[in-house]
Design a protein around this ligand. Structure first.
Ligand SMILES: *[C@@H]1O[C@H](CO)[C@@H](O)[C@H](O)[C@H]1NC(C)=O
Ligand SMILES: *[C@@H]1O[C@H](CO)[C@@H](O)[C@H](O)[C@H]1NC(C)=O
Length: 749
């Protein structure tokens, strides 16, 4: 089929008048689609990257990309046919001519002359012919599909600029009128393209912006004068060719931290710029560079940037927060692979502290004296300095005793300022065991040193001289218990209680003295510590509790400033029957008729061993007038009148003995009254009665004083409650108060 059409087309072309041969026949002939190419420019100076237009070429296959060569290497044709300025060109005579070569499918080299001309008005534009059916082009729906037009964006010159011409073959025989419809023509953006009705010239009315609209598609129509539609509409696609008219730009400034000890090659931050030009073209192909590093210290290239990815890495040694706490990098992105337009940003890198400085002792050795026998005593304070950031774990010091203290007698802590080591005694030192220590103390930080940093751990030597102090003699045992009978004779030995002096370095003698002896019963031999009875001891004395008497003995040495140690002597007193029973009561009253028996209690200070059962007997004349016997438990005496005595005062002598027969006389004053049985009526008691009014007077005075105090107290409370009620408006208090008022009134009157 196609070959037949091809033959017909050949015949038609043979007879075609030469003036109708157009530069771009839409018929498939392998090779360039025109005999000559003219590209119109608006400036003499063509910068690198300028797109001049597109070179039409086909080998009549589906291939769309071809190899091109140029006789002038300042120009390049990309495989898609786009002609670009590779290196800047100046059009000395307003135009420049060269050749473009390509090869057909048989490998035959084809050449086309090219002219780049500054004269925009004479620019040769593509002519688009309405195709004839069967001319080898596909129809899509009812539109002809023809190669798209390419119009560079931002074209300079006098608008409207002619960009193409529409032709219909019919115009050879008839007058034709041309028009365009669709977006960019009569639809928004209306009027961007216009068409000369008579000539078919297609104009663009204003510079195009690819970043706004990259492509236009509208339809061209050809109408015969007075005959309506002569051709099917032709779809026209205008592709806006990208120009490098957008600078790369960064949307942000960058802030990042970089630790001092960051390893070389570590990424610090990654920057990214944008370019609104067509992606995947050189116009948006960015390359990154560091333009400036401030400060340029210690070297000017502390950082490097990956030109393609924008990743910034550490490349130089010597990051040092203490010297250069911050770097400002000026980073540039340039399109055209780094040769085109540029944009900049700042990258601020804050150098953060790493533990790259060791704490150092300000003094390498210390000498100190410390008393023996003292725990938690500060031996020495050692200062350190650290170059790292203060009050951080990389700065805070941590101390350690490295050697010289196998027994753990010392401890070292960090002072509150974190730059001071405080060495103190952890246990009591003993001059007699070791009088001198040489300690090695090291200092580090709370966190380890940064890897790769070479720092030396600082140490200090501390010589501790132990000071001998006069230690008090120590009693052995510290508390001594002896058991002795309470009736131990005066000058008898209680015990020998001795102390010894722990300070073996000194030749000292120990002497003794009584420190505390509440009852004054003891004597101690100054030299031997022998304790004897000085005054008779008594188990029943008030200083004895639970049979125990406690004394404190002192031992002191013969130092210029004597030290005294104490020991406690506890004498447990064994009971001895040294107390006869006594009668508690000293007076009784009894009626002389039918008298009630009187019960008298008997006690004995001695222990139960020397107590009840007791026995009682009446002495002398008392025997005739009284009877006395023990009650059933034999702890009480039942005393009674034996005969009716005249009223009056009598003395009854009773002898009471404990179970071991230790006895003692007791005199009971007995008042015999004229009465009967238990109904005591003693008329003679006028003497005792005279006291009563005095007692009443005293009691009355006390009552009056109390009353005054009560009144004072109540009125004070009243004041307080007034405040309360006025503040809180609580009625409960009001009621309370009025009740109290009543009470107070009642008291006063
Ligand atoms: C015993 O009673 C008589 C009176 O009957 C009296 O005279 C005498 O003094 C009394 N003896 C003693 C020791 O009270
Ligand atoms: C005997 O008298 C004593 C002393 O008043 C009393 O404590 C005790 O209970 C009496 N014993 C008897 C069996 O009544």
């Amino acid at each position: 089929m196609e070959s037949i059409w091809f033959v017909i087309w050949c015949i038609l072309t043979v007879f075609q008048p030469p003036n109708l041969v157009t530069a771009e026949e839409p018929v498939c002939v392998p090779g360039f689609q025109s005999d000559q190419l003219t590209f119109s420019v608006t400036r003499n100076y063509l910068t690198r990257g300028t797109v001049l237009g597109k070179v039409g070429f086909t080998d009549c296959t589906d291939r769309t990309r071809f190899l091109f060569d140029t006789s002038d290497k300042r120009f390049v044709v990309k495989t898609d046919g786009v002609l670009m300025v590779k290196r800047a060109v100046y059009l000395h005579e307003g135009h420049h001519d060269f050749f473009i070569h390509s090869w057909d499918s048989q490998g035959l080299k084809l050449t086309i002359p090219v002219s780049v001309s500054m004269n925009a008005a004479d620019a040769q534009v593509p002519v688009l012919q309405f195709p004839k059916p069967g001319e080898g082009l596909r129809r899509r729906k009812r539109d002809w599909v023809i190669p798209p037009l390419s119009v560079p964006e931002n074209m300079r010159g006098n608008y409207p600029l002619k960009v193409a011409q529409i032709r219909s073959a019919e115009d050879r025989t008839r007058k034709m009128f041309y028009s365009i419809t669709g977006p960019g023509a009569d639809l928004p953006p209306v009027g961007r393209f216009t068409m000369d009705r008579e000539t078919g010239n297609l104009y663009v009315t204003q510079p195009l912006d690819r970043e706004q609209t990259a492509s236009y598609t509208f339809e061209a129509h050809a109408v015969a004068d007075g005959a309506g539609q002569a051709e099917d509409p032709m779809e026209i696609i205008v592709n806006v060719i990208d120009q490098n008219d957008n600078k790369p730009y960064f949307t942000v400034e960058y802030n990042a931290n970089v630790a001092e000890a960051t390893a070389i090659g570590t990424e610090v931050v990654r920057v990214e710029a944008k370019d609104d030009d067509e992606s995947n073209t050189d116009n948006s192909e960015l390359r990154y560079r560091i333009l400036n590093q401030d400060p340029p210290l210690p070297t000017h290239n502390m950082f490097e940037i990956n030109p393609i990815t924008g990743s910034i890495r550490v490349t130089g040694r010597g990051l040092d927060r203490e010297k250069y706490p911050q770097y400002t990098l000026t980073v540039q992105a340039a399109d055209m692979k780094g040769e085109g337009l540029t944009g900049q940003t700042k990258v601020i890198l804050t150098v953060t502290d790493s533990n790259d400085n060791a704490p150092v002792f300000t003094q390498k050795s210390y000498n100190s004296r410390v008393d023996e026998n003292k725990k938690d005593v500060v031996v020495v304070r050692m200062m350190v300095t650290d170059e790292d950031e203060p009050q951080t774990p990389a700065w805070n010091a941590k101390f350690k005793i490295v050697s010289g203290d196998p027994d753990g007698l010392f401890t070292v802590k960090t002072g509150t300022n974190k730059q001071e080591g405080i060495l103190s005694t952890a246990k009591e030192l003993d001059f007699e065991r070791a009088s001198k220590f040489t300690l090695l103390v090291s200092v580090e930080n709370e966190i380890p040193f940064a890897p790769g940093v070479s720092v030396v751990t600082s140490t200090a030597t501390v010589v501790v001289n132990v000071k001998d102090v006069n230690e008090a003699p120590i009693f052995d045992p510290k508390e001594m218990l002896v058991v002795k009978p309470e009736d131990l004779a005066v000058d008898e030995v209680v015990v020998q209680y001795t102390a010894s002096d722990p300070g073996t370095a000194r030749k000292q003698t120990v002497s003794y003295k009584i420190m505390n002896d509440p009852a004054g019963w003891l004597n101690v031999d100054k030299d031997t510590g022998l304790i004897k009875v000085r005054a008779s001891m008594d188990r029943e004395a008030p200083f004895v509790t639970n049979d125990r008497y406690i004394a404190t003995i002192g031992a002191y040495d013969n130092d210029a400033v004597p030290a005294t140690g104490t020991g406690t002597l506890i004498i447990q007193l064994e009971d001895v029957n040294d107390n006869a029973p006594i009668i508690e009561q000293h007076e009784i009253m009894v009626c002389n008729k039918d008298p009630a028996p009187q019960l008298l209690s008997v006690t004995d200070k001695d222990g139960p061993e020397f107590g009840p059962p007791y026995s009682v007997s009446l002495q002398g004349m008392s025997k005739t007038n009284w009877t006395a016997r023990m009650n059933n438990s034999r702890t009480g005496i039942i005393l009674n009148l034996a005969i009716e005595l005249p009223s009056g005062n009598y003395s009854v002598i009773l002898t009471v003995a404990d179970k071991h027969g230790l006895e003692q006389d007791s005199i009971i004053k007995a008042e015999v009254c004229d009465c009967k049985g238990e109904d005591l009526m003693c008329t003679q008691r006028a003497l005792g009665g005279s006291n009563l009014p005095i007692i009443r007077g005293v009691l009355g005075g006390i009552l009056l004083l109390m009353l005054v105090l009560v009144v004072l107290f109540v009125s004070l409370r009243k004041e307080e409650q007034k405040e309360l009620t006025s503040k809180d408006n609580i009625f409960y208090y009001n009621r309370e108060q009025s009740r109290e008022d009543d009470q107070v009134n009642g008291h006063q009157f």
